[in-house]
Design a protein around this ligand. Structure first.
Ligand code: GLC
Length: 433
């Protein structure tokens, strides 16, 4: 194939990005799955290096690795129940063990342990539950002898670049249509040229023309990957989060539970992603036998029930919330889509009323998103004053009520528009009633 220069490639990927990313931008919510030999130890997915475990000692885990049949179906069933739209599986983590029938890497789950192709089971499960399919693929490798030599030995680097390309070629040719290629940790080399990423990614895209690639092969590609924090970036971005702030891989559920997110915390993460125009990739680290970690089940099930009622505030094409697009107040978050503003009430107001400032135009209707119940309101100056609200929070799930405000056109909003001191000299309107 004729290879593009970096500028030609970036121009081409930019031109084709909207079509490729359309489903991903609307999907909003995905499940990350970290499963590998490390899952047996329950001591973090980096235990091989953090414990300085010699390779020949660590390799013994390959013999005892034995996920139960059907484990990937359990992951997919929970992802579906949680309202997630895609999944990303660690097909080969830094430990270098391939969870698929690889001819390139004999250190794999068909030659060792379960003697099964886990990636095949994962792909089948995703398709059964109508979930888009992502493959995580580590560039760093603690098992292949050329991985560290590649830093200073050009022949080792060439061998290792071919190894990585061949691994990903297997993944993108053996399992039908794959939707996301999620690279991780381009180390030891720190430059795209050292990884031959420009050639590799062009050739991999040729195998799967619609595939979406993240920014971790030392090229920006299709989306950014803020990790363990949610901060909107320019362009497309996906915040990847562990379930407990400690480990991507399995850790003892009983101990992990106290650190793990509840449904309300996950919903708040979804608000920040929907408001910021990004996605949430929330991780589970399955247990040694492949079971879903028990501390994730109830929160994700509840989030799914909540999304079934309030998904319009989350999925689909959302407007990025700037200070002058739409806003909530200190106790309610906000997301916006076209002529609709969604108020996510973290704290339900007492006294039957609440006000939302900054809206110069009146909505034409306000309703509970979960059941369409109309809400009384009046518009005075730049304030929307909601009235006759129930004293008790009306949310049927998770105690978080979303109010849908419908406008005739884009809502005209200016944060705290009555208070010029908050506008830093920008155009200031001080009109009041
Ligand atoms: C970091 C960790 C890696 C994990 C990844 C997920 O790169 O090193 O273990 O898989 O984050 O984003």
């Amino acid at each position: 194939m004729k290879l593009m220069s970096r500028s030609e490639y970036e121009e081409w990927t930019a031109k084709t990005r909207d079509a490729r990313m359309d489903w991903w931008r609307k999907a909003r919510f995905g499940m990350f799955v970290h499963f590998g030999l490390y899952s047996q130890a329950g001591r973090h997915e980096w235990m091989q290096t953090q414990d300085n475990c010699p390779v020949e000692e660590y390799e013994k885990l390959a013999e005892t690795f034995n996920p139960k049949p059907g484990a990937p179906r359990e992951w997919a069933a929970l992802a579906k129940k949680a309202g997630m739209k895609y999944m990303v599986l660690t097909t080969r983590h830094h430990e270098g063990f391939s969870l698929w029938d690889s001819k390139v890497n004999p250190y794999n789950s068909v030659n060792y342990g379960p003697k099964r192709d886990i990636v095949r089971e994962f792909v089948d499960a995703c398709r059964e539950y109508d979930l888009k399919i992502g493959f995580y693929s580590s560039l760093m490798d603690w098992h292949h002898p050329d991985s560290w030599r590649a830093a200073f030995d050009s022949e080792a680097r060439a061998r290792f670049q071919k190894y990585i390309f061949d691994l990903n070629t297997e993944l993108l040719t053996q399992y039908g249509k794959i939707d996301i290629l999620w690279f991780d940790v381009a180390a030891p080399m720190e430059h795209w040229e050292s990884w031959n990423s420009l050639e590799m990614n062009q050739k991999l895209r040729a195998l799967q023309p619609d595939i979406i690639i993240n920014n971790r092969s030392r090229l920006p590609e299709d989306f950014g990957t803020p990790e363990e924090h949610i901060r909107p970036e320019g362009g497309d971005w996906e915040a990847c989060m562990t379930f407990n702030g400690i480990s991507w891989g399995y850790v003892d559920s009983k101990q992990a539970a106290k650190y793990s997110y509840n449904a309300q915390q996950i919903i708040r993460m979804l608000n920040r992603c929907a408001a910021g125009g990004g996605n949430l990739l929330l991780n589970i680290g399955p247990a040694p036998d492949g079971s879903v970690p028990e501390e994730a089940v109830e929160p994700l099930t509840t989030v799914g029930e909540w999304l079934a009622l309030n998904g319009k505030a989350v999925y689909g094409k959302m407007t990025r919330i700037g200070r002058d697009v739409a806003g909530g107040n200190g106790v309610c978050g906000c997301s916006c889509s076209g002529n609709f503003v969604y108020l996510w009430n973290w704290i339900w107001p007492s006294g039957g009323t609440m006000a939302i400032g900054g809206y110069k135009k009146s909505p034409k209707a306000i309703r509970f998103l979960h059941d369409g119940t109309p809400v009384d309101f009046e518009h005075k100056g730049h304030r929307i004053i909601l009235k006759n609200l129930p004293e008790e929070c009306p949310a049927p799930v998770a105690g978080i009520t979303v109010l849908e405000m419908e406008f005739d056109g884009p809502p005209e909003y200016c944060f705290a528009s009555y208070y010029p001191q908050l506008h830093g000299g920008r155009e200031i309107t001080t009109e009041r009633l």
